[in-house]
Design a protein around this ligand. Sequence first.
Ligand SMILES: [Ca+2]
Ligand SMILES: [Ca+2]
Length: 166
Amino acid sequence: MIHSVSSMPSLTAMVRITPQTNATTNTAAGQFRAVRNPQPVDGAGHQSVLERRGDLNGDGRVDQVDLGLVLASRNSGAASDTDVNVVLGYWGQDVSGLKGVPLNSRDYGDLNGDGIVNQTDLGLLTANVGSLDRRAIAMADVNRDGIVDDSDAKILTGFFGLRIRV
Ligand SMILES: [Ca+2]
Ligand SMILES: [Ca+2]
């Protein structure tokens, strides 16, 4: 499953480090939740964009439809840049195999497992971009597509500065 970076939409301007905030909001439809204060499951059964691995319409693939949904929610203030980054981070992937796979802190970009997404994790990621070493990939492949690239960096930077509890 090779992920082609060139297939990524040119939305790099939207990818930026998001400061920590505890704000969580629901979409108008209540279908998914902005994840700035990561909580894998909430009592109302809402699923976060990360839980869905960016597949917001549930068809198993992360594509233009999902991007349209997250951008619409972002425009209404219900989704965040982080959510957009998650969709872009899984862009083009078949994520059907990840359905039901529990999140761990690495899914947020916490590569060293210390519970915080920060410069240390970003350093580990950038040091392993394009690596063919299986251990390096297992450690730095945030979106689990088998390659360490800017898709992983988008997710990590989306959660940059956050303390992760899963
Ligand atoms: Ca960390
Ligand atoms: Ca990856």
